[in-house]
Design a protein around this ligand. Structure first.
Ligand code: BG6
Length: 289
């Protein structure tokens, strides 16, 4: 393992893999971050001693293959491509190798900055020039900032989501606060628009819902006592758990793993697709604590 000159930073490879990663340790937290996807894979606040992200044990950490867990970034589309079925699910950002632009440390923790610019592969899927800057602050909270720059001569539209996987001991005892009275698209029922009439979202069966327009602030009750706070400047949220049958069909998931995670994904999708003008940029933030 290479020791960086910056205190609390180690460069390493992911387990049994050639993929590079960064291990962070400071007085607040421990974190594991992958260069592929600029993806936070693990984050543990020292005062609680429990991980606040879920990572599948079956990941093989192969190049250009999505890593199941942590916070993959979906960009520039969410889910299947609207027109081209051979394009990768959730876009290409999560399987691209990002460049490390900077790592710094101060009394508030570590800051890692990754960049991704358009290249021959991204142009085959999405023919625009762009730059993404993902800043990952590992401190008393986990704070992600995504800066999206349109370097193209044309305007472009994009959807994005931080596809966060959160751990729960028993999904049936978990619930999500913050979506009362919001409209959602039920991806399991002909994409019908429905209204959230229950004060909280509970998990008693497969769920796959897009809430396009929300406040961006949620509390995930992992059980009766443990809470995760999720705050984002992005307006949409996607709530997903594949439950028993679909879990068996998905890559890199143990058969019983559906009981132990839920995805609460913050982004801009559907009615909230972003149009970014040529030579303009936009910034979104996500805070998890
Ligand atoms: C969720 C979608 O965000 O991601 C689901 O709402 C999808 O429909 C899930 O199945 C997982 O996607 P993937 O490509 O990571 O297997």
């Amino acid at each position: 393992m290479l020791n960086s000159e910056i205190q609390g930073v180690k460069f390493d490879k992911l387990p049994n893999s050639s993929l590079d990663c960064i291990k962070i340790s400071n007085k607040f937290c421990d974190a594991l971050v992958s260069f592929q996807g600029a993806q936070v894979l693990e984050f543990t606040l020292k005062k609680f001693k429990k991980p606040i992200l879920w990572l599948s044990k079956l990941n093989k950490f192969q190049a250009q293959t999505p890593i199941r867990g942590g916070i993959p970034l979906c960009f520039p589309w969410f889910g299947s491509h609207k027109m081209l079925s051979n394009h990768p699910s959730h876009g290409f950002a999560r399987t691209q190798l990002w460049n490390l632009a900077n790592i710094t440390v101060n009394e508030f923790g570590h800051k890692i900055v990754f960049e991704l610019t358009d290249n021959a592969l991204t142009h085959t899927y999405w023919d625009y020039s762009f730059k993404l800057i993902m800043t990952i602050n590992c401190g008393e909270k986990l704070e992600l900032t995504l800066h999206i720059e349109n370097l193209d001569k044309n305007n472009f539209d994009f959807d994005f989501a931080w596809h966060s996987y959160f751990p729960v001991n028993n999904i049936k005892q978990a619930s999500l606060i913050g979506l009362y009275q919001m409209e959602y698209i039920d991806q399991l029922s002909s994409h019908n628009l429905k209204k959230q009439n229950e004060k909280i979202v509970v998990f008693q069966e497969e769920i796959d819902r897009i809430y396009p327009s929300t406040t961006g602030c949620f509390i995930l009750m992992q059980d009766n006592t443990n809470k995760i706070y999720i705050e984002s400047t992005a307006r949409s949220v996607i709530v997903w758990n594949p439950w028993i049958t679909k879990t068996k069909l998905l890559k890199d998931l143990e058969n019983n793993s559906w009981q132990n995670f839920v995805c609460v994904e913050s982004g801009q999708v559907n009615f909230q697709t972003v149009t970014l003008q040529s030579n303009h940029s936009i910034v979104f933030k996500l805070l998890i604590s």
